[in-house]
Design a protein around this ligand. Structure first.
Ligand SMILES: [Zn+2]
Length: 414
């Protein structure tokens, strides 16, 4: 139940000093649990002659080695769990490197904690009991669907597991059920906007609030969405390694995303050196999960580039803010909210004997939806027939530039 009319939980407005004390206490707990129950972390800490007792102040966290997504692949599927398997009540996965998905497990308490964190975010932007919340998000494996779903129900909103796709039906549902709140990727929301305009039903919608995440979007897109749907549009940030959605979320001030310091230890580092950047400087977000029972993750390199703002926010919340996610520190592509690595595409292509060594990934945006086109080189041997479309295929492939191919061409403008 909400703490009061404005804040879901009292922790949102804890005085800064108390918040930092709580954060450090939880960091020590998470570190001890990881060391005691996860072989991977015990080994990593021993390699640098560290025990949890050596972390005496928050600044000491830099002594702990980073965790990367390669470590998820190495410990696939359950190697990072800190509890026996019979304590796990749910598993989500997300795309990882080398073809292995990243596996994240949750205890019953983790599910509770996570639902509360996301409820805190939705309540912050004004979602209340009585709202009709259409969750236009992928429910399969991905954390975006259930992560928001449980939070909507927890607040007492009528929560509709709409999933993605079937745009006209989504719009009809908005009209018939009187949807007031939506959650979607910004690119899909732009597509919905176009279909709403084609159908000429904009005046039949009762939307107030839109939550958008899972891919970077601009102030331009915010304005387009707010104008088209007559809503306030809020940015949402999360990653499955840190529960899923709810890690950071914009408040009504729309001046950056509050990142919840009672559940995550937050660092910003130089992506090349791994050293902490100065106050207000751009760098890679590194997160430690403080309250996860099943998987206490230490110093995770998110790959997301951002700037951390520590100034107090006008909304009264004391948690720092991310000034939007500016991009990725590596080559990961986000296509319709799903993470895709060129190496995964390569992995698939290279298993096909007819495919040559060169390929090119083209990204475009059509009707607000990301489109991915993969151009591949095909070996000569398969061009024995006279079938016209094979010749056409050959012609297209010959258009590729010679020399070292640039493998990703991103023609999308955010
Ligand atoms: Zn705020």
């Amino acid at each position: 139940m909400p703490w009061n009319d404005e804040y879901w939980e009292k922790e949102e407005v804890l005085p800064k000093k108390e918040l930092e004390e709580l954060q450090f206490k939880r960091l020590k707990n998470a570190l001890t649990r990881a060391y005691d129950h996860v072989e991977f972390y015990r080994r990593r800490l021993k390699e640098v002659n560290l025990t949890p007792e050596d972390i005496k102040r928050p600044e000491d966290i830099v002594k702990i080695p980073f965790t990367t997504r390669e470590h998820f692949a190495q410990n696939y599927p359950f190697g990072l769990f800190a509890v026996p398997k019979d304590k796990i009540v749910r598993i989500h996965t997300s795309s990882g490197t080398s073809g292995k998905p990243k596996v994240v497990g949750y205890t019953a308490k983790d599910i509770e904690t996570w639902a509360n964190i996301v409820a805190r975010c939705l309540y912050m932007v004004g979602v209340r009991k009585g709202d009709v919340f259409q969750n236009i998000s992928n429910y399969a494996f991905f954390t975006g669907g259930l992560g928001f779903h449980f939070a909507g129900e927890r607040i007492g909103a009528i929560t509709i597991p709409a999933g993605v796709g079937n745009t006209e039906r989504q719009i009809q549902c908005m009209i018939d059920f009187g949807t007031t709140v939506v959650h979607a990727t910004p690119s899909y929301a732009l597509h919905i906007k176009e279909v709403v305009e084609e159908m000429g039903v904009a005046d039949k919608l009762k939307l107030r609030i839109g939550c958008f995440g899972a891919e970077p979007w601009s102030e331009n897109t915010r304005k387009r969405l707010e104008d088209a749907f007559n809503i306030k549009a809020y940015d949402s940030y999360g990653l499955s390694e840190m529960n899923g959605p709810g890690v950071a979320f914009e408040c009504k001030e729309q001046q950056g995303l509050h990142i919840w310091a009672d559940h995550y230890f937050i660092e910003v580092v130089d992506p090349k050196t791994g050293e902490p950047v100065g106050e207000g400087e751009k760098g890679e977000l590194v997160l430690t999960a403080l309250t996860k029972e099943a998987m206490p993750i230490l110093r995770y390199r998110t790959g997301d580039i951002t700037i951390l703002e520590n100034e107090k926010c006008a909304c009264g919340r004391t948690h720092p803010r991310l000034l939007r996610i500016l991009g990725r520190s590596d080559d990961m592509l986000i296509i319709r909210g799903i993470n895709v690595f060129p190496s995964q595409i390569e992995h698939v292509l290279m298993q096909i004997p007819e495919v040559g060594d060169n390929f090119q990934i083209m990204l475009t945006r059509q009707n607000g939806l990301d489109e991915i086109t993969v151009r591949v080189e095909v070996r000569d041997e398969i061009f024995t027939g006279e079938i016209w479309d094979l010749k056409e295929l050959q012609q297209r492939i010959q258009e590729r530039s010679t020399g070292k191919a640039k493998r990703v061409i991103d023609l999308r403008s955010v």
